[in-house]
Ligand binder design. Structure first.
Ligand SMILES: *Cc1c(COP(=O)(O)O)cnc(C)c1O
Length: 366
């Protein structure tokens, strides 16, 4: 674990490699050519990670955490007479709806609760019924529970009715293979500190160029104007509009190279999947049950139900595990007592086995 006090088993920020952290040990100029070249290389690499159809897509980096990027998209790509349908089955779907609502964007919320997958029949029914809808948005890996939503099926329906398709792939991009051209996604959002395994400080959007260019002047916020940010980066050789998180960008560049060295997204996906399976297998031996059935479960983060024993207290387990070098995550859903364990970042199967051992040794509640 090098010199970290603990391993982060959270959905990001997550444990990063020494190599990524080392990239932040120098101070970098923000408008220098070398830096701009790195920004441009990052943008190219992101598009290559997202699709084989690299000529049809472009990427843009945006300061702030992932939510700032989601808000930049929601606030910039919907015209005045547009209306967004948000499919939500967790906190992140609901957050998109809240953003639309605060920006006074006409909104239809299809809320499926927290433990069911999105209702595709209802989606199709809504799109048939409400002709005002122009955009459909959904979360890929709903980090609230760890559920993996069917973005391919949602995209097929959205496109059948010619809607612009927005996907929050914050906690999956870089960790789950996907081709956004095949998935028919127009705007995909992710951030530096999730599956690419960088540190927090900015996010990015990968957009279909045809759709991005339509958004000139539509933004409802100046600093979160997605089109303007993209236009500057595109036409001024990688320039950010305002101060950029230079250290974080350098670290992210190293993280992208590290991802390539690992063998790309497929290799990383396999590592995450192996981690997740080892975790669940070990936890089941200890008597824990997962919130979701296996077929809805992502390889990113898993929700576990509290054990039936009344003496169980999450906070106690949390503190004890922290002392043993692991940080786990509280639950986020309203109608069941859960806690979450993430398995992304600089984390290996052996760490999952060590964690399960540590939980067994702290099995004070039985
Ligand atoms: C992490 C995450 C976000 C962004 O959260 P921030 O705290 O703003 O970085 C958005 N959506 C999903 C699904 C996420 O996992």
């Amino acid at each position: 674990m090098e010199d970290n006090p603990y391993l982060l088993l959270t959905p990001g920020p997550l444990s990063t490699s020494k190599r990524v952290k080392a990239a932040m040990l120098k101070d970098w100029c923000t408008w220098d050519d070398d830096y701009n070249r790195i920004v441009q290389d990052i943008r190219t690499r992101l598009v290559q990670l997202a699709t084989k159809e690299t000529l049809l897509y472009s990427s843009v980096l945006m300061q702030g955490s992932g939510s700032f990027c989601v808000e930049a998209v929601i606030g910039s790509v919907i015209p005045k007479d547009g209306k967004i349908l948000v499919m939500a089955n967790g906190a992140y779907g609901k957050r998109m709806a809240q953003m639309a609502s605060m920006l006074n964007i006409p909104l239809l919320l299809l809320d499926n609760g927290e433990i069911l997958p999105p209702d595709l029949e209802e989606l199709e029914y809504m799109l048939q019924k409400d002709k005002d809808i122009t955009h459909v948005a959904v979360v890929h890996c709903e980090t609230t529970t760890g559920m993996l939503n069917p973005i391919e099926a949602v995209g097929r329906i959205a496109k059948k009715y010619n809607k612009i398709y927005i996907v929050d792939a914050m906690s999956s991009f870089g960790g789950i293979p996907m081709d956004i051209a095949e998935l028919q996604i127009d705007f995909l959002i992710s951030s530096a500190n999730k599956c690419i395994q960088g540190v927090p400080g900015f996010g990015f959007i990968i957009a279909k160029i045809d759709e991005m260019t339509k958004c000139t002047g539509w933004a409802r916020s100046h600093s979160l104007d997605l089109f303007d940010q993209w236009d500057k980066m595109e036409n001024y050789n990688g320039k950010w509009r305002f101060t950029s998180p230079t250290h974080v960008v350098r670290a992210f560049y190293e993280a992208l190279k590290e991802l390539a060295d690992e063998g790309g997204v497929i290799a990383r996906y396999n590592r995450y999947k192996t981690n997740q399976r080892a975790l669940v297998k070990g936890m089941k031996v200890l008597g824990f049950e997962t919130l979701l059935p296996e077929h809805l479960q992502s390889p990113i983060i898993t929700s576990f139900l509290y054990p039936a024993c009344e003496a169980f207290q999450f906070q106690t387990l949390y503190e004890k595990l922290k002392r043993r070098g692991f940080v786990i995550y509280p639950g986020k859903i309203t109608n069941a007592n859960t806690f979450r364990i993430g398995n992304i970042g600089e984390v290996q199967t052996i760490d999952m086995i060590r964690l399960v051992d540590a939980i067994q040794q702290e099995k004070f509640w039985t």
